[in-house]
Write a protein that binds this ligand. Structure first.
Ligand code: AMP
Length: 373
């Protein structure tokens, strides 16, 4: 479908998943004049608030998937845990240009790491274990620290356990028994975490966003700074690794790869077949946002050349930060606040983000801190 014809406004884009990523995709689509339909079980979810239509049902509800496919000219998703059978159904109707392959790989850390290894990319040493006994065997033969992660379903540090010493082994065995299959990885001592975000079209055209430097707190992304301070050699190797992976998986749309930088080396950590939290800065700081570029790619439009307009710093607003930010807003004339329309401000829940751009970001951050007092 994508090869011969483009999807043009006011045709309809269907989105599976109604959180903040879907919302920012929908806003980008509506700017261009597309109609948006979203499938999500929560009435008036963040994406539904800015969409034309919501189908309220579980993500894997077959009737709902059928309806979304019927009313949409093209379908995309905001998270990688889309039901593969549902994705196959949409693809068979010619409406899922992103395809099923990238979903199948990124849903499963074992497949993801194995693909990277097979392609000769640098990854931390790893083993896959199917139960506690296998976990015990592996741990007998590796040097600690390591991290054990569930192969499926973990996010924001959920579904993983770091082992520092032999005293942590019994907990890891219990973890493996409960969550198998799991992956055990060598713990890498890194200088910094970066993410490489790019967009690719169905005909293999690619545009990279500037590499972002990320700081996590409690496994949740805290802030992103662009440009990342990394050696030119690392940047080149990171872009090369991303190109190899993108070509291998026939990526269409915006895609993110997280990496660790250690001295002159880098390791590929994980991939997300969608726009990424560390790419939110692109909304104000680049010639096109990761969301608008994603919409263009899935609709078969040519990509906009990406340039960084100003240096940027994005900070996530979690439930516990929301009130202070709201109080600071009337005192600030800089900093772009995005709130996602989530009803309940729970601790650690991503409620929004704020992006600062320009040469004087540290000064702007000082003003933010003062305004919060
Ligand atoms: P992940 O869910 O794989 O992105 O892991 C969440 C965070 O845990 C990463 O952003 C890193 O800060 C840390 N982490 C995960 N795996 C490793 C590893 N093998 N070595 C060091 N840090 C890791």
């Amino acid at each position: 479908m994508q090869k011969n014809s483009s999807i043009l406004p006011p045709q309809t884009i269907g989105i599976i998943g109604g959180g903040q990523l879907g919302r920012m995709m929908a806003i980008a689509a509506r700017y261009m004049g597309y109609q948006v339909a979203v499938l999500d079980p929560t009435p008036n979810c963040p994406t539904a608030q800015v969409a034309d239509k919501q189908i309220i049902a579980a993500y894997d509800d077959r009737t709902a998937i059928k309806e979304l496919t019927e009313i949409s000219d093209v379908v995309t998703y905001e998270f990688e845990n889309v039901d593969v059978e549902a994705a196959k159904y949409i693809e068979s109707h010619g409406k899922l240009p992103q395809g099923v392959k990238a979903l199948e790989i990124t849903q499963d850390r074992a497949k993801e790491k194995q693909l990277m290894k097979d392609l000769g990319l640098p990854v931390p040493a790893f083993s896959i274990v199917r139960d506690g006994a296998q976990c015990e065997d592996v741990l007998r033969n590796v040097a600690l620290p390591v991290v054990i992660k569930t192969c499926r379903g973990g996010y924001d540090g959920k579904g993983q356990l770091k082992l520092e010493s032999a005293a942590d082994i019994p907990a890891a065995i219990r973890f493996a028994d409960k969550n198998a299959p799991c992956i055990i990885e060598t713990w890498v001592t890194f200088d910094k975490e970066i993410s490489v975000i790019f967009t690719r079209t169905a005909i293999g055209e690619m545009e990279f966003f500037p590499i972002a430097e990320n700081v996590h707190k409690d496994h949740i992304l805290y802030q992103t700074t662009v440009r990342a301070t990394i050696a030119g050699g690392i940047q080149e190797k990171a872009y090369q690794a991303a190109t190899v992976l993108a070509d291998q998986m026939n990526i269409v749309g915006t895609f993110a790869i997280e990496m660790f930088v250690a001295g002159d080396d880098f390791y590929v950590n994980e991939m997300a077949p969608r726009p990424h939290n560390s790419g939110h800065y692109t909304i104000e700081a680049c010639t096109i946002s990761q969301f608008a570029q994603h919409i263009r790619a899935i609709c078969g439009l040519p990509l906009v050349p990406v340039e960084l307009i100003k240096p940027a710093r994005m900070i996530n607003i979690l439930g516990e930060d929301l009130e202070a930010i709201q109080q600071a807003m009337p005192k600030l004339n800089q900093g772009y606040v995005h709130l996602y329309g989530k009803v309940e401000a729970k601790a650690k829940r991503k409620m929004g983000h704020i992006t600062f751009i320009g040469e004087n970001i540290n000064e702007q951050l000082e003003k933010l801190e003062e305004a919060k007092q």
